[in-house]
Design a protein around this ligand. Structure first.
Ligand code: SF4
Ligand code: SF4
Length: 392
């Protein structure tokens, strides 16, 4: 295993354990199986475990495993505040204490504002006194590092990174999102600010492995390197020294061992021109299988009506090339789990965006089709409820 530094000099394993996908049996996490996997990961050198309040049963599972195996001092726990459920400073503290209880610990190493989507959301939290609360928690040692996780475009990511003296952050990043989401721009910006960057969705929810188009699978099978699809994705990430750790939701020993072996071997800045060319070829094949050729560059934004054009097209492509459920969830995350919603249906057809699109995309027409696919009654109901209860 290799390690990269956190802000305070702590060594973080470059392969991190995403604890959202433990195997279940009869609707409950299979504790014995999770324990075998987690303990094997620790033996292989993994020391960063990422969970969240809303990952059903996950906090309690790792809490029990770490306590039973007396290994709390060998691991770093990353957990997340469900700030969208918090209405007061009392609520903040109550939720945090509940997390400590579930985790059977008295401190959290890396604590994140979960899905911090925009500045307005951060301002709302500041209004509840979150800055004083963080200071107290850090002074008492109950929180060691404070950060935020983010899904959204690079502009807003950079503004959020600048809005507070964070210790780290977590972004969605993979070779398909190099120029969408926070993207390379966000990664570089965070690195320049001295922020360690944890990576989620390294395989784009399977899009870069099992859900690859056949043409891309052929390229991988025929390549002389002999890397698997996952290996190309992980190596591309670890090639970048700005990446601190890559989360993987590992739920089999085979997957864990394969990922750990790559994490022991992959070096920063080791990619050759041929390796980069291979990644470009894979991207080309994947983009060909997509509904709209949006690169996520965001030149068309901001839209005067707040439509998240790049986010919508990313989710819409996912809708046709991956599973529909994940696409709709991703669309919800990027358009309504935020203070100012950015739904495709908010488009008034002014055409301003189309003048800036280097891909010549008929944005207005495509947004209409995307809205028809993605804005289901559940989505519309969720949007109303979020506004009604001021969830963001
Ligand atoms: S056409 Fe629609 S998406 Fe484009 S800028 Fe105008 S309102 Fe926004
Ligand atoms: S619609 Fe065009 S300008 Fe907008 S993000 Fe996509 S490619 Fe870029």
């Amino acid at each position: 295993m290799q390690y990269r530094k956190a802000k305070d000099g702590t060594d973080i394993s470059i392969l991190a354990y995403g604890c959202m996908r433990f195997s279940k049996s009869n609707g409950k996490i299979d504790l014995a199986k999770a324990e075998r996997e987690v303990m094997e990961a620790i033996d292989l050198g993994v020391n960063y475990f990422d969970t969240a309040y809303i990952y059903s049963g996950s906090e309690a599972t790792i809490g029990e495993i770490f306590e039973r195996n007396h290994c709390r001092d060998r691991v770093y726990i990353a957990d997340k505040l469900p700030h969208y459920m918090i209405r007061s400073r009392t609520g903040l503290e109550k939720t945090f204490q509940e997390q400590l209880r579930r985790l059977r610990t008295d401190y959290i190493d890396f604590y994140l504002m979960h899905i911090l989507t925009d500045i307005a959301t951060w301002e709302r939290l500041k209004g509840l006194g979150v800055e004083d609360w963080i200071r107290e928690k850090k002074d008492s040692g109950q929180i060691r590092n404070i950060g935020f996780s983010y899904h959204g475009n690079s502009n807003m990511f950079c503004r959020l990174a600048d809005a507070y003296d964070w210790d780290f952050c977590m972004i969605q990043y993979n070779y398909l999102d190099e120029f969408s989401q926070a993207g390379r721009t966000g990664l570089t910006h965070a690195h320049e600010r001295g922020l360690p960057v944890m990576i989620m969705e390294p395989l784009r929810g399977g899009r870069l492995v099992s859900l690859l188009p056949d043409s891309a699978k052929r390229l991988i099978a025929e390549h002389e390197r002999g890397y698997s699809a996952a290996e190309w994705s992980f190596r591309w990430l670890w090639n970048q020294p700005e990446v601190t750790a890559v989360l993987s939701g590992m739920n089999s020993l085979d997957m864990l061992r394969e990922n750990a072996a790559i994490a022991s071997d992959a070096r920063a800045e080791s990619f050759t021109q041929e390796d980069f060319a291979m990644i470009e070829s894979l991207k080309t094949q994947i983009n060909r299988s997509m509904k709209v050729g949006c690169t996520g560059c965001a030149y068309c934004m901001p839209c005067p009506k707040g439509v998240d054009i790049a986010g919508t097209f990313s989710a819409w492509n996912m809708f046709y090339s991956q599973d529909k459920k994940s696409a709709r969830r991703s669309y919800m995350q990027c358009t309504i789990f935020r203070h100012d919603p950015g739904s495709a249906s908010q488009c008034i057809g002014c055409g301003k965006c189309e003048k800036h699109c280097p891909q010549g995309i008929e944005i207005r027409k495509k947004l209409k089709s995307a809205a028809a696919d993605l804005e289901t009654p559940v989505y519309k109901g969720g949007k109303v409820l979020i506004r009604l209860f001021h969830l963001w």
